[in-house]
Design a protein around this ligand. Sequence first.
Ligand code: ADP
Ligand code: MG
Length: 699
Amino acid sequence: MNLLQDIAYLKGVGPARAELLRDELRIFTLRDLLMYFPFRYVDKSQITTVRNIQSENEPVQLLLECVGFSEVGIGRAKRLTGRFRDASGDIELVWFKGASWIQKNFQIGQTYLVYGKPALFSGRYNILHPEVEWVEKSRWNAGNTFKPVYRTTEKCSKKGLNSNGIAQLTRTLVTQLPEHIIEENLPADLLSKYKLIGREMAIRQVHFPADIQRLESARRRLKFEELFFLQIQVARQKVSLTKDERGVVFGKVGNFFLDFYNNHLPFELTNAQKRVVKEIRQDVGKGFHMNRLIQGDVGSGKTIVAILSMLLAVDNGFQACLMAPTEILAMQHHQSMQELLAPLNCQVALLTGSTKTAERRRIHQGLLDGSIALLVGTHALIEPIVQFQKLGLVIIDEQHRFGVAQRARLWEKASIPPHILVMTATPIPRTLAMTVYGDLDVSVIDELPPGRKPIQTVWRSDARRLEVFQFMEDEIKKGRQVYVVFPLIEESEALDYKDLQDGYDGISRRFPRPQYQISIVHGRMKPDDRDYEMNLFVKKQTHIMVATTVIEVGVNVPNASVMVIESAERFGLSQLHQLRGRVGRGADQSYCILMTGNKLSDESKTRMETMVRTNDGFEIAEVDLQLRGPGDIAGTQQSGVLQLKIADIVKDQSILLVARECALEIVEEDATLMLEKNRMVRRYLEEISKGNSDWSKIS
Ligand code: ADP
Ligand code: MG
């Protein structure tokens, strides 16, 4: 038997089902089926009765007889209600779709295994869209305690490939498997050191576990294996980038850097900033290609690090550019760089979408002939028409807004790839960074400039708006400025603008002219108007800035001390944290006020409570990851984290850490995996990389 054999030849499959397995579940070969793991198990000892349902929080498993169906409601509220019962009582199962299919396939009087989360409805529990499976009552007590449950699709189910159908195929395959055909892929010393069971045993047990202990060892082994090979690939990528990829050399520290550093720094660098600058200097001096991520919370002072790095490039005869995600931010960077570098007689060009044609031509020319050394800009930078004479360094600020493809286009702008510095204020939890950005070196600015007071955050319901207005007034009287931010979420754009407008009207009534001046900034304004309003606020000519999230990234107004976030429940955690980071930039005590309605989901409550509890971006990122899973976190889409079959990047952090350490150790000693003891690792890698796209090319 060959595990790479087409799934069609397994007994019970045939051409039609094989096509379904391929198209729907991406199972092509026998091996794919073996590696199609159950996502949960039915533990027969865990069957509840209707009467014993206690709460809405825990999913339950019931063995129920079907009594009958009725369709109720009309339009969107139309639903199918199934009446079911066991010896202890009745319960309703509810479906909002698939009514005819369900009625056709259920039989009155039959027994079904039902799994789902109960919901309390007019004093009774029901279950919405449960997982249901027909069981043969007579055979229920036979066999193992744990029954595998496989993910499947409706199309598959219709052709008998529901979870049970798949289990049957898996059982056929596992029973037929000759011994030792599943080869071990982890070195023996790892197995014994971490008490991992063998691969063959693990794969058999994960489908049909004999008991809970064996199930657990099987899952642990397979998770380790999966994370280990992910990390081996990341580690090899990193080694090949740093060892093979030639980089431009910034060999010396010259006049620009030294003059600025010694004579014109506006403040003393924090130790964290000094450390990161040093790390960058070491990177760019070695002749390898730098690929570095700087993580630093909002306000930690990443800009100055960027500027120093750019000066280093100039000192060595190279051009450098800084790319920002929004026009406002690009302008701010440009302005502060112009001011800081004025004494050095060092010009900085600005290129954005709204740069006028004549100026644009001048810049294109200057970049090409080398007369412009420093450039700040937006996406306009990556257009093919922008060509450099000698580009040595690209800095990407707030990287999560840039797609991978966009970043890749920067490579084409120089014969030797420029050094890359990616700066982000959205801290990525450590374990995720290891996987998503495993091929980048990471520097962390984990210290705020001195004298900053932690921002005080409170959570208020809309009912206390008057109080909040009063607070704003008090702060304005002290000479401070206030942001009021409204959500802008595309699906309901029109409504959002109405909210913004209503909010603005309310604030204008409470803070009338001429005593108070209010700026308003949103995405529908022309960039010129937006910048005009923004500038009024920067110059302290307005007291209140009413805005949508266009101000989210990077904008720096140290005198602003209050951030009011309207409908805060509609923002994600990292966005809330970013917004809060707009205040607390000066020496004054700053405040963040989260305004929400009264009815909040549990998840929204957790978000608000987290914001109130901590200012630490890393802690917030961890909570965010727990709440949302890795799917929504920047960068994960390309990383393979989401294609994990069994491991979970959040829940299996401890396994990940060990697997990563093992992987690094192996790759450091034997990057090509040619040593005899690593032969099985190499073979398995070759096996899995066949037909796999190169997910690990991240940056
Ligand atoms: P971010 O990391 O969010 O991009 P910035 O670079 O915009 O932060 O810096 C935030 C503010 O802190 C700016 O006003 C900057 O001038 C100031 N700043 C940065 N580093 C220091 C420092 N070492 N000492 C004092 N102020 C600093
Ligand atoms: Mg910044």
